[in-house]
Write a protein that binds this ligand. Sequence first.
Ligand code: GAP
Length: 432
Amino acid sequence: MEEKDEKLMEKIISLCKRRGFVYPGSDIYGGLAGTYDYGPLGVSLKNNIKTLWWKKFVDSREDMYGVDAAIIMNSSVWKSSGHVDTFTEPLVECSKCHKRFREDHLKEKGKCDDCGGKTGETRLFNGMFKTQVGAVEDSSATVYLRPETAQGMFVNFKNIVDSFHPKLPFGMAQIGKAFRNEITPRDFIFRVREFEQMEIEYFIKPEGWENYFEYFKNEMLSWMESMGIDMSKVHELEVKTEDLAHYSKRTIDFEFDFPFGLKELYGLAYRTDFDLKNHNLIYQDEESNSKIIPHVVEPTFGVDRTVLALLLSSYKEDISGEEVRPYLAFKPEVAPVICAVSPLLKNKEELRNYARIVYRNLKDEFGRVMWDDNGNIGKRYRRQDEIGTPWCIVIDFDTLTDDSVTIRDRDTGKQERVKKEDIVSYIKERMN
Ligand code: GAP
C-alpha cells in the first residue's frame, strides 16, 4: 500500500472508532480477529443502506419476495449446495513461525508474509463455521452458520411459490448475516468473519438469461451511483472461467479502488439451475403446462463493503482558516445524522428552550437528529462535518424575535436563515 493510501485507511479507521461508527470486536478482551462492532453512527449508516436497498429492490417492485431465513441451517442444505465439498480456500503454514495464510493472499508465493520463512504444502480449508445443535455432540448434530444468505432463499423457494403463486420471472430477496472462517481477515471491515449481505435470487426461464444479467448489471450500477459511491473507482471484472465459483456459469465482480488495492465490492452471477436442481425443487409453469427448473441470476451486495466504499468515497479534506477540515460528504439519505440542532450559547436558558422545541420537532419528523451544545459553534460544526451531517441548525438571539434559524450547509459552509416552520420542508426538498 502506498503511504498516502495507508494514511487514508488510518484516518478512516481512527475516525470510525473515535466517533462511534465501527469498533474492533471484543476490544476490552484484546479483540477477536475478523470481527467488528458497529456503534450508533455505524448502525445508522448501515440501516440507511439496507432500507434504501430494500426500497429499490423489493418495495418498489412487483416481482420481488422478501424473506428472513434462519442463519443456522440443516447441514444437508450445504451438502446439496456444494459448499461442504467446494467452499474451500488454499491454506499454507509457515514452517518457521507456524502462522497460517491463504496461499493466494501471500505477497510472495512460498514465502511467509511475516517472517520470510518457507511455507509448507497447500491444504484446502473449508470456510464454513461449524457448530452443534442440541445437547448431543455427535456428527448428526453438526450444523453450519450460513456462508451466504442465498441458500436461505433457495430452501424457501417452494414456500414462496405455494403461498404467492408468482409467475416467472420473479425474485426473492434477503438481507442478513453471513459467516466465513476467513484464514486471513484483513483490511478493516473489508474481509471479516461475520458480515451482512443483501442478495437477490432472480428466477427466470433459461432462454434470454443474458438479458436479465445485463439488466441487473445496470440496476447494480445505478444503485451504487444513487448511494454516492465514487463511480470513477468502480470497475467491472469479467471473472475467468477457471476462477468461477462452483455454481456459476458467468460472474462479473464490481471492483472498487480501495486504498489496499482493486478488490471485489459486489458480484453478479448466473447460477443457472444449479441450486434448485440440487435441492430437487421444480416449478409448474402454467404457460407451457410443464414442470421446469428455473434458472437464477444473482446480484449480491456486501453491507460492510458498502459502508467502507461509502466512507472512502465521501471522505474529503479542505482548508478552513489555518486548519485542515475533514468531512464526510454523505448524501442526506445515507448520512447517519440528517441534521444537528444547537443553541448558540449553551447556558442561555431562552436559547436552549427554543432549541429543544426545534430539536424535538425535527427528531419526531426525521429521527436521525442530534442535539449538540458542547464547545463553541465552530467546534460543533467541525464535529458534525466529521461524521457527515449535512445541516447544522443554530438557534441565536434573532430567532427569539423573528422565529428564524440559521441552517449551515456541510459542504459549502454557507448559512441561510430559514423560518422555523419551514425547516422540515427545507430539508425534505434537499433529500431525494
Ligand atoms: N451468494 C453469492 C456470494 O455469497 P460472494 O462473492 O462470495 O458471493 C458476496 O459474496 C458479497 O459478500 C461480496 O461481493 C462481498 O460484498 C461480501 N463478502 C464476501 N465475503 C466477505 C467477507 N469476508 N467480509 C465482508 N464482506 C464479504
